[in-house]
Design a protein around this ligand. Structure first.
Ligand SMILES: Nc1ncnc2c1ncn2[C@@H]1O[C@H](COP(=O)(O)OP(=O)(O)OP(=O)(O)O)[C@@H](O)[C@H]1O
Ligand SMILES: [Mg+2]
Length: 136
């Protein structure tokens, strides 16, 4: 059985929206007693997903949630957009692959930082990414 402790959804459509996502993610984790280094690390993971939405889909939304599972707490992020989608997911998950001129490290970093990572994407329809990690 799971019980939700905190939940927040952000609508994303402009580069500035990312700032709110980062600050509120950090704050929520701080309230749950997560140490500062981890707050920054998890906020960076969330930021990679929100940056991708703004950059590649133009707009979308992102939810963060903390819930209890058995006797531990889990931090979850879900990013959704109705943008162009990703034709080749395994390529997008490869370090240093970018369809633009970036480093291509965003998605592989999120996968490394989090315990669970799940991506679904449909060309022309959009992308949904879920990532979770235990926080205590
Ligand atoms: N939400 C999305 N919609 C469409 N394509 C996406 C989305 N997120 C990622 N991609 C595609 O996957 C590729 C890899 O994403 P990733 O975040 O790893 O690297 P990047 O954004 O190119 O570079 P970096 O994150 O290092 O600045 C992107 O170049 C882009 O083609
Ligand atoms: Mg990226």
């Amino acid at each position: 059985m799971t019980s939700s402790l905190k939940h927040q959804t952000f609508e994303l459509s402009a580069p500035g929206d990312n700032t709110r996502v980062i600050l509120l993610t950090k704050k929520l984790l701080e309230q749950e007693g997560v140490d500062e280094t981890r707050q920054y690390l998890l906020a960076a993971a969330v930021s990679e997903l929100s940056t991708n939405i703004i950059k590649y889909a133009g707009k979308g939304n992102l939810s963060i949630r903390i819930f209890e599972q058995e006797d531990y707490k889990v931090f979850e992020v879900i990013a959704r957009d109705n943008g162009p989608g990703i034709a080749d997911i395994s390529k997008a998950m490869t370090e240093n692959f970018s369809s633009g001129t970036s480093l291509g490290l965003g998605l592989p970093s999120v996968k490394r930082i989090m315990d669970e990572f799940d991506i679904h994407s449909c060309p022309g329809k959009g992308t949904q990414i879920m990532a979770r990690t235990r926080i205590d």
